[in-house]
Design a protein around this ligand. Sequence first.
Ligand SMILES: *Cc1c(COP(=O)(O)O)cnc(C)c1O
Length: 416
Amino acid sequence: MSSIDHDDWQARYRADLVSTFATPSLLLHHGQGAWVWDTDGNKYLDFVGGIAVNSLGHAHPVLIEAVTRQVSLAAHISNLFASEPQLELAERLKRLTGAGEDGRAFFANSGTEANEAAFKLARLNRGDDGRKVRIVSLVNGFHGRTMGALALTGKDYMRAPFEPMVAGVEYIHATLEELEAVIDDTVAAIFVEPLQGEAGVIELPDGFFTRARELTQRHGALLIVDEVQTGAGRTGDWFGFQHEGIVPDAITLAKGMAGGVPIGALITFGRASQLFTQGQHGTTFGGNPLAAAAANAVLGEIEASDLVGNARERGEQLKAAIAGLDSPLISGTRGRGLLIGIALTEPVAEQLVTEARAHGLIINATGADSIRLAPPLVIGDIEVDEFRTRFAATLAGAEARFASEPDGEPNGKVTA
Ligand SMILES: *Cc1c(COP(=O)(O)O)cnc(C)c1O
């Protein structure tokens, strides 16, 4: 790998790409397991995993083999034709989610697209008298950036520049009181994330899912669970909804399900499986044999190596390790399995991300005062130990810096 001048590639990035993203600080070249290397040959422990996408880590042999094999057969055939990988994936997801015989799958290419399909599903749940036109989602929830998914997203600052929104969505706080007040016979669906990942790995109040299930069932509304970030083993259950033992009407999936190959899915349960009729939705790429083969390989490996159990166990180890660091900058941890939010006592998340990079650790800020960890599900003792060491050094570095610079504005330039 050739060394590329740092300022030069950042200048190119700014000149070449639409400025929706902040200019990145690293130019990555390749990865192996939970590790990535930049173009200067520096090595980092990757505890973001492409934002909860790289379930098997980087360059996993099972994924390499499956993708290589499928691309040499047929990468894409369109939905005018069927493929064995797609059928196998639909059957696998019906089994893993518990949707079973009555379940159905619709494949898309991303999380936001999976939620667009779910939004249309909700519109089809009008009820016999056509009165069900309201859709409920949660304040601070995140469902994606396309117009339908954006309308579901409970963050004003994301929606405001793009108004008018798709009509009919209302936002409630995640409390039992607001839930009980909002659900009636005019509600078509409620969208809920098991853990609000983008909001900082925020947990739902105990019993929220159970109550949401009771109320939606009583009033004929769909309970749609956005598992784009939490699905496919991430939280130490196969799917986040299983934590409270409820059965939803539909879930959406994407991030971790194919280890980095773009895919999304809507899985419907029971009567919700009969709402779409022929011609009401579609996609060119969705569920193509390449993406389906990648998802089969990733989900197959998660199952064969019990990475769901590993996520649960490693998550507990990481939380204990973080608590053991006993830092004045940390007030606690949230989340389940390998989707962990670290609550900070000061709004220093960005500074910690920068400091961590200097110690060869990649973490992610989900706001001024929270850090998110979403490492590959394959991490073992070595990665947990390396995280502890590198994060301890990060905190020590940050604490020393804040002590010497009372304004708390550390120099953002990295010389890794
Ligand atoms: C990331 C995410 C999305 C959007 O997925 P994209 O693949 O980025 O479109 C939707 N919902 C949740 C819960 C997510 O975490």
